[in-house]
Write a new protein. Structure first.
Length: 678
């Protein structure tokens, strides 16, 4: 039987307003103490938050990460003090001292929410539109896991995703991408509450935002509850009940609110959006709210009314009882569910890795995008948590494998492959939400050049330290005739600049397999796989060289006491190897270094880096069909770089490589010039 949730106490409107005012005054106090912040949204959405958190949200402050909790996302993350106030009041391990240190160095109360799952902060928000998009990913994950694990009488995955959002989120284009797809997929357990206050930083939004939002969301296929008084608890409660009753579509509740509610001289204006009220207005606001307690003090009776720990423990205990019964009847499913929650790879993983590497080693010349698909064919059957997809480029990215099952539109069906449509940014941020939810490992494909559209979501994955895999194909001018609009030049290097992103540009099938293994095994940050359209020849390796790939850079071809080092990535490794033959024919000793992940190589210990790039060998040439900026740290002041610091051209790939000088002869010439210099 489904677990029975603990019932919240009955409260009248006056007591609800008092509870909501606790959020308002904590927001005022936090922003005043920091002398910066955004009090307007917390003050405006406090009544909505009070009803949601006290009457509907299934959560346990005593165990913020229990698997079947509801997810709560503040997409309008500038209003972070609302979230911090809620977490403190409900009983999460966020003490009042942290609220006093709002926006200060080392505090848990950053200016915008930063993912701290053990504190109840589900995702990092602030870049507007991405929170609602993360929420779509969370709701998608809930639906897919429910389809996979639930059995009659055992709804072990059965929770809602709630999201607060504002006008800014709706103006950002990514919200269109995500909400359109959410409606198409019929994510019925996603409920968004829209803070319709008519104000953004520049003032009244009517001058730049007159969308008919309810009509827009109905067109997406959402259920819409329009024109709800966001300061009337009864109306808010009725709207949420209505939204919960609609299970075949996501719901949008449009709440009309007054930004900065309670600040008598600033409410309803942009002045209360993003700056402290100031001592006089803060005092006036508290007086208008009838609040007499000192700053950062919550009267005992109000604190007790907010405390959700007992009710949360009861909710989790009911679920634990259900899961225990489920485990007795379906022990294998229960074990698999628990493994996935731990983000632990399956027992068959090592054998699958060996098989994938062996198959790659036997490969003939192949495009690394195809080698990537071949790796998936081996790894996916033992890794059911893989959730793939592509932004309308499945046949080009080759992200679909034989075991792929499309996620159905509408209903409650499962699947493991998402057709995201032409929504690169939305895809990336949805995948972030899937990873944040837990239980699935998302990967998604597009052309590398379109990573510009998705870049901020890739950055957010890095900031949140989550294991999302971005399969970015057609990695250079080698894609050919589509021309410079589609030929990435600066993209690989620009992605390497994002902290905590591992950018892999493999040179053949073996390095591609190694990159996939590394990406899947790393749960602490995103991976980018930059893959070719054109076929690349396999490179010979010893077992020790294969093992060294995971270090990001290694010696692929060596000679005793090398006179010169050639280093390259991706398709240019073959060019470097051929150039080495030409230089060797002139009587010089040449080392070739393959560097599929330079940032990972740079993070290795000094001994490894010295073993690959000995400091006494200063004659070095780096080769990559991209901008040259990042290679200076490896070649040093005496080295050369064969790269491209212009845009490409529209022509066949072979012609382009010759035109831009990515030939063995050009690379050998650079090396020989260095060798002939005094």
């Amino acid at each position: 039987m489904p677990p029975t949730a603990a019932k919240p106490p009955t409260r009248d409107a006056a007591s609800r307003r008092t509870l909501a005012n606790a959020i308002r005054v904590l927001a005022i106090d936090g922003v005043e103490a920091a002398r910066s912040g955004h009090p307007g949204m917390p003050m405006g959405m406090a009544d909505i938050a009070e009803v949601l958190w006290n009457d509907f949200l299934r959560h346990n402050p005593g165990n913020p990460q229990w698997p079947d909790r509801d997810r709560f996302v503040v997409s309008n993350g500038h209003g972070s003090m609302l979230l911090y106030a809620l977490l403190h009041l409900a009983g999460y391990p966020l003490p009042m001292d942290e609220l006093r240190r709002f926006r200060q160095l080392g505090s848990k109360t950053a200016g915008h929410p930063e993912r701290e799952a053990h504190l109840g902060i589900e995702t990092t928000t602030g870049p507007l539109g991405q929170g609602i998009t993360n929420a779509v990913g969370m709701a998608l994950a809930e639906r897919l896991l429910a389809a996979e694990f639930n059995r009659p009488g055992f709804p072990v995955v059965d929770h809602h995703t709630w999201v607060f959002l504002g006008d800014g989120c709706l103006m950002e284009g990514v919200s269109h991408e995500a909400c359109s797809l959410a409606g198409t997929l019929g994510l019925g357990k996603l409920i968004a509450l829209y803070d319709d206050n008519g104000i953004s930083i520049d003032g009244h939004v009517a001058g730049w935002f007159r969308d008919d939002t309810p009509a827009r969301f109905r067109a997406y296929g959402w259920h819409v509850v329009p024109a709800v008084d966001g300061h009337d608890p009864a109306a808010i409660r009725a709207a949420i009940e209505e939204a919960k009753s609609v299970t075949d579509r996501p719901s949008l509740i449009c709440c009309r609110t007054i930004i900065g509610f309670g600040a008598p001289n600033r409410q309803g204006t942009e002045k209360v959006h993003g700056e402290a009220l100031g001592p006089d207005e803060a005092a006036a606001a508290k007086a208008s709210l009838g609040w007499t307690a000192p700053p950062f003090e919550i009267p005992a009776e109000i604190a007790a009314a907010w405390d959700a720990r007992e009710r949360g423990a009861q909710d989790e205990a009911a679920w634990r009882d259900l899961f225990a019964a489920y485990a007795r009847q379906y022990p294998e499913l229960a074990a698999e569910f628990e493994r996935r929650q731990r983000r632990e790879l399956p027992a068959g993983w090592p054998a699958a890795v060996d098989a994938a590497m062996a198959a790659a080693a036997a490969s003939k010349p192949v495009a690394t995008r195809k080698a990537s698909q071949d790796v998936l064919e081996v790894l996916a059957p033992v890794l059911p948590e893989l959730l793939g997809g592509s932004a309308d480029l499945t046949g080009s990215n080759l992200t679909r494998h034989k075991a792929s099952r499309p996620v159905a539109t509408g209903g409650n069906g499962g699947g493991n492959y998402v057709f995201y449509g032409v929504r690169e940014f939305g895809m990336a941020a949805i995948m972030n939400g899937v990873a944040l939810h837990g239980g699935l490992i998302p990967y998604g494909g597009t052309f590398l050049v379109f990573s510009d559209y998705a870049r901020n979501a890739i950055r957010m994955a890095a900031l949140m330290e989550i294991g999302v895999i971005f399969v970015l194909t057609h990695d250079s001018i080698g894609l050919g005739e589509d021309g410079p609009t589609h030929q990435p030049v600066e993209h690989v290097e620009s992605l390497r600049l994002i902290p905590n992103v591992r950018v892999w540009r493999p040179c053949d099938a073996v390095e591609t397999a190694a990159a996939w293994v590394a990406a899947i095994e790393s749960a602490s940050g995103p991976a980018v796989l930059a893959l070719t359209r054109q076929a690349l020849p396999p490179q010979p390796r010893t077992p020790a060289q294969v093992a060294a790939i995971h270090r990001g850079g290694y010696v692929l071809r060596d000679a005793p006491a090398p006179d010169v080092i050639l280093m390259a990535t991706g398709s240019e490794v073959a060019v470097a190897m051929a150039a080495a033959d030409l230089v060797t024919a002139q009587g010089y000793a040449v080392r070739v270094v393959s560097m599929p992940c330079p940032t990972l190589f740079a993070a290795q210990d000094e001994a490894w880096r010295e073993s690959v790039l000995p400091s006494n060998v200063t004659r070095r040439v780096a080769v990559e069909a991209g901008v040259t900026a990042g290679w200076h740290r490896f070649v040093g002041p005496a080295g050369r770089i064969v790269g491209i610091d212009t845009f490409g051209r529209s022509a066949p790939a072979g012609d382009l490589f010759k035109h831009f000088g990515f030939t063995p002869e050009r690379v050998a010439g650079e090396a020989l010039e260095l060798l002939s210099a005094p």
